[in-house]
Design a protein around this ligand. Structure first.
Ligand SMILES: *Cc1c(COP(=O)(O)O)cnc(C)c1O
Length: 442
């Protein structure tokens, strides 16, 4: 490629990235697995750490030049321990999937058996079977059994699950590890009951808090480490508004084992700028997280109520729709008929959501391409300072697009107008720059 052509493509990259920022500034972001980090987290992500190596644990590195990196990492771990009330934290995993795989590496051997949720009932691909190319099945070589699920309660059916576990144990199919937690996670999981049976038959319990870490940390959902989980893994960028990455917290007795699962087993260098940014978000959440988490849940419930009032079938109405940041909505009987059509129509109006399988979709012959549902999350709109009134306004946009058939281009203009007033990140020490500001360094 000629230099001139490379240069023009180089420019094109930046043009596209700037356009993305403009899009986000004007959109209503409702993806349940996303959030917006603060300018402070962004600053941490561009420090020189991103060009360095620091394999191993602080003080035991295999590279020189780590004196400040070591201090930052120890502080990031300490802040994480404080926030999660844990004896041990490891901020090195570079994603939620790798945090999970690190735990599976520490606690299991290939051929062992794991019980978790299936994907249509909210489980994540990192816990899925060999034939689905799931991390646990395909990479760690685990055999997978599923928790029994109650479609109406949107939760693990604990009585049926306990019966299944006893049956499996009796027939010689021992469960070696339980993976609680999910990607569609409106209600707290029965950690205590699972921990008790795990104890009885001898098994580990990990709680995958990828989605709900920001709520768990701030006492706004459930408290897995006190309820009996041995360890907890999570992504650092979902309800916890940090950099993209992963993390593990646990009890002191598992620290050495878990550390080995992270390094040397699965990471060499561990994205040091993200590790630093994790420290920053933990400090933000220690100061502002309680209020933030509370508002995320209040907004999810308010959005569920408002959507229900304008005619949407929001699941689990009898339980107040949700106790977390996430809502599941059945759209199969709306004029748009499936989750994909709703997703596409809303996107044209700058409302960003994702389609989602409902627990019964597979049985009804639906698949992920055109599922019967959509999933919404309120973490990001809450971080932008929105409250109950804004949730009602968002529900009205949904109605006009899905039920009234209004033109998305018209709604897009109103959405842009609506978003003008929400350009700063809230619940943070420093908010000088706008949330979606494009920062030019060239
Ligand atoms: C998002 C998610 C993960 C994976 O996290 P990444 O950071 O995307 O690797 C793991 N488990 C669950 C339940 C999730 O929802």
């Amino acid at each position: 490629m000629k230099t001139s052509e490379a240069r023009s493509k180089y420019k094109r990259l930046f043009e596209l990235m700037e356009k993305h920022h403009t899009m986000m500034r004007e959109a209503i972001p409702l993806i349940a697995s996303e959030n917006i980090h603060s300018p402070a987290v962004k600053e941490a992500m561009i420090v020189d750490f991103s060009d360095r190596y620091a394999e191993g644990w602080p003080g035991e590195r295999v590279y020189a030049g780590c004196q400040f990196i070591d201090q930052v990492e120890l502080l990031a771990n300490e802040l994480t321990e404080k926030l999660f009330r844990a004896e041990f934290a490891d901020t090195r995993p570079i994603s939620g999937v790798l945090a999970n795989l690190s735990v599976l590496t520490a606690f299991t051997e290939p051929g062992d058996r794991m019980m978790c949720l299936s994907i249509p009932t909210g489980g994540h691909i990192s816990s899925a079977k060999h034939k689905l190319w799931g991390t646990a099945g395909r990479v760690r070589g685990l055999k997978i059994q599923y928790f029994k699920y109650d479609d109406q309660e949107l939760n693990i059916d604990i009585d049926a699950t306990l019966r299944r576990i006893r049956r499996l144990e009796k027939s010689g199919k021992h469960i070696d590890i339980y993976m609680l937690g999910a990607s569609v996670f409106p209600f707290p999981h029965p950690v205590k009951e699972i921990a008790e049976i795990a104890d009885e038959f001898g098994a580990y319990v990990n709680f995958d808090a990828a989605h709900v870490a920001g709520l768990v940390a701030t006492d706004n959902f459930q408290d897995p480490l006190r309820e009996g989980a041995d360890s907890m893994t999570f992504s650092t960028h979902k309800t916890l508004p940090g950099p993209q990455g992963g993390c593990i917290v646990s009890h002191a007795k598992f620290a050495e084992r878990l550390k080995k699962g992270v390094f040397p087993a699965l990471h060499s260098n561990h994205h040091l700028h993200h590790m630093a940014a994790k420290g920053v978000v933990m400090a933000e959440m220690l100061a502002f997280g309680k209020e933030y988490g509370k508002q995320i849940v209040a907004n999810a419930q308010a959005l569920g109520q408002a959507l229900s009032e304008v005619g949407f079938k929001v699941l689990a109405e009898h339980k107040g729709f949700t106790k977390s940041h996430v809502l599941l909505i059945e759209v199969a009987d709306t004029p748009l008929r499936n989750g994909r059509a709703v997703e596409e129509k809303l996107e044209k109006a700058n409302i960003i959501i994702n389609r989602n399988l409902l627990p019964w979709d597979k049985r009804m012959g639906r698949d992920y391409v055109r599922p019967g549902g959509i999933r919404l999350g309120t973490s990001e709109v809450t971080r932008l300072g929105m409250g109950k009134d804004e949730m009602a306004a968002i529900a009205k946009f949904f109605k006009r697009l899905v039920f009234d058939g209004e033109a998305p281009s018209k709604i897009a203009r109103e959405v842009k107008e609506f978003r003008q007033g929400y350009q700063k990140v809230h619940y943070a020490f420093d908010t000088a720059r706008d949330a979606y500001e494009y920062v030019r360094l060239r």
